[in-house]
Design a protein around this ligand. Structure first.
Ligand SMILES: [Zn+2]
Length: 248
């Protein structure tokens, strides 16, 4: 049996269609909010900084070990020189032994210079690595702050949109509940097929759903139908609503 609906009920369908259009827009805004991209980009940036920090921490730890080793090497050679020097100063050895100490001191001093140069290089490397790590930690703090703010902004945006969606959803539910079941079922079926709305106004001789002009014969036919006949667009199958704005 064909579905019929009073003019008031048909206008209610148009109201539902308007709410559906707004709901689609709001849901689109929710899924494409720029705050989502911003928060995501900052999260990715933070992840990359954290990975760099781990690498920098490893480098600092390795260089610290190297520096401690270089320091120990320097100390070991310096201690031997000092021991040889004491023996030499004591002068209690044979001339041959004294000559041996002098020779050893000269060799060790050369070695000490080399080790001290190496230690300086490692110290410089450690200083550079430590300062690079500090910079990364500052970056991490800055980006963490920005990320937290962006998450708050996103939550606010979602709360705002969800509030609007809930309000429109409640209005839609009230409108749906005021209509006969078969009218609602027809509307929902068309809405689901079209992916947006199930009813559209006839305006300036065209269906406002698909924006295709109705031909003169079709307009005459629609005009001749009783107001409670549910008319469908021949192009998009949406329910065509006639009201004072239709200009029929
Ligand atoms: Zn249409």
């Amino acid at each position: 049996m064909a579905v019929s609906a009073s003019s008031a009920e048909q206008n209610k369908l148009l109201e539902i269609a308007d709410l559906d259009t707004k709901l689609i827009q709001l849901n689109h805004q929710r899924s494409t909010a720029p705050q989502i991209t911003k928060a995501h980009d900052l999260e990715v940036e933070l992840g990359s900084i954290e990975m760099k920090i781990v690498a920098a921490q490893t480098e600092v730890a390795d260089l610290t070990v190297n520096q401690e080793k270089a320091e120990a090497d320097v100390k070991q050679v310096a201690d031997r020189i000092s021991k040889d020097q004491s023996r030499l100063d004591a002068g209690q050895a044979t001339p041959k032994e004294l000559e041996g100490f002098q020779h050893e001191i000269a060799t060790l001093s050369k070695r000490l210079t080399e080790l001290e140069d190496e230690e300086l290089i490692v110290m410089q490397q450690l200083e550079d690595a430590t300062s690079a790590l500090s910079e990364l930690e500052l970056d991490r703090d800055r980006v963490t702050g920005e990320f937290e703010l962006s998450k708050q902004a996103l939550e606010l945006k979602f709360a705002d949109l969800d509030g609007q969606i809930a309000q429109l959803g409640a209005a839609r539910l009230a409108a749906v509940e005021s209509l006969p079941k078969d009218v609602v079922e027809l509307y929902e079926k068309i809405k689901s097929d079209q992916g947006d709305v199930g009813a559209a106004l006839i305006h300036r001789g065209a269906c406002q759903g698909c924006h295709i002009a109705l031909d003169a014969t079709e307009i005459d036919r629609i005009k001749s139908l009783p107001p409670d006949t549910v008319v469908r667009c021949e192009q998009c199958r949406r329910i065509l609503i006639r009201n004072s704005e239709s200009g029929l």
